[in-house]
Design a protein around this ligand. Structure first.
Ligand code: 13P
Ligand code: SF4
Length: 367
């Protein structure tokens, strides 16, 4: 297959593949020193250790969005995370600040499960069915265009750490909500707030079909049929296995896991919540964690006094998060020093204005 123009433009130059780790570390350190406060490197908790060591701030999606919204010092923000996070950072920063993604191929497969054509068609069908009763909510794991659509239609963004507050807010606006693109976070959050499973329908964007078996008037939540392929790797039988063989093990999972997994676990929450819970747990306690592997490995290393395992021992890291590595980070930084505008994430002004409606509705409830 011939490489596309995008692949050619975003391909790491070969010279970076020939450097030793020590050379890259030294060069990154030097550039960080040279750029000082003009450079900000936010790092999501799922990033590799080799990248996290250079992050000025680490956090979950909400924390990183808040940090970018507050920072006005950094001219260059090299976002170590995935595409939707860098887009969000770009929209929350000023025009004098530039956001870079070290590898432009670091997307999120869940965010790609809702595109604009599908969303517009779903909205048409659903408003025909339910009239003006629906408020849209989108997980931040979505493209800027989807955020703009949601903002334009009176809705808001949510992250895994404020989803409950945002669903409560949505029900103060209208009687139904459409939750994009992660059906699991939507279902888990609505269920926690007392909405029954038989009050939730699923919108299948491929077949343009509402999947629901009861009386349509009873639907309160419409879940977009999207998911995270990493978190779908945790299955109820993993929990059953641990309960049978290691009954004293605590099980904590991310709410992107399926409803069955979240219900069977002892606790669930965002990456920050998982980190804080493990940190606060007593020495000697035993934990099985259902989230991305780079984070689980970091928690294992950080807490040698606790027994920590992955809920699925065959789990691998999020492949797209993992695309950001030392060579890509160094490449992004050297382009900045050379004055080249490479790997820039820039959302157009109209999309930004509409997305900000949704992001700001979220951020005002986020403190
Ligand atoms: P958090 O907001 O919990 O960090 O999660 C982001 C994400 O992409 C999880 O898959
Ligand atoms: Fe997307 Fe899942 Fe990776 Fe998070 S873990 S960035 S939701 S693919």
């Amino acid at each position: 297959m011939n490489p596309t123009l995008f692949d050619q433009l975003s391909a790491l130059p070969t010279r970076y593949k020939q450097l030793t780790e020590a050379e890259m570390v030294t060069r990154i350190r030097d550039i960080k020193h040279e750029l000082g406060d003009e450079l900000l490197i936010p790092g999501h908790h799922y990033q590799r250790d080799e990248v996290i060591q250079f992050a000025d701030v680490t956090g979950d999606s909400l924390q990183l969005a808040q940090i970018c919204a507050q920072n006005r010092q950094a001219k260059h923000i090299v976002f170590c995370g995935v595409h939707f996070m860098a887009e969000t950072a770009d929209m929350l920063t000023t025009n004098a600040q530039t956001v870079y993604l070290p590898d432009m191929r670091a997307g999120c497969s869940m965010a790609d499960m809702a595109n604009m054509t599908q969303t517009t068609r779903a909205w048409e069908a659903l408003t025909q069915l339910f009239g003006n009763t629906i408020v849209p909510l989108t997980y931040v794991n979505s493209t800027a265009s989807i955020k703009a659509f949601v903002g334009q239609h009176g809705g808001a963004c949510v992250t895994s750490s404020n989803a409950k507050k945002m669903v409560e807010w949505a029900f103060t606006q209208r009687t139904r909500l459409l939750f994009l693109p992660d059906q699991h976070l939507g279902r888990n959050t609505a269920f926690d707030l007392g909405i029954r499973l038989d009050q939730m329908a699923v919108w299948d964007p491929i077949h343009e079909k509402l999947r629901y078996e009861g009386n349509i008037a009873d639907v309160r939540v419409i879940l977009w049929q999207g998911h995270c392929s990493v978190h779908e790797g945790f299955q109820p039988w993993h929990i059953e296995h641990i309960r049978t063989h290691e009954p004293d093990m605590n099980i904590i999972v991310h709410p992107e896991c399926s409803h069955e997994v979240v219900q069977a676990a002892d606790d669930n929450g965002s990456t920050k919540y998982i980190i804080d819970t493990i940190a606060a747990a007593p020495s000697g306690s035993r934990w099985a964690i259902g989230t991305e592997m780079n984070l689980v490995k970091r928690l294992i290393a950080a807490h040698p006094d606790k027994h920590i395992i992955s809920l699925n021992t065959n789990m691998c890291p999020c492949l797209t998060m993992n695309r950001i590595d030392l060579p890509h980070l160094l490449w992004a930084l050297e382009m900045i020093v050379a004055g080249e505008r490479g790997n820039v994430i820039s959302v157009d002004a109209e999309t930004t204005a509409q997305s900000l409606l949704a992001l700001e509705r979220m951020l005002q409830f986020a403190t």
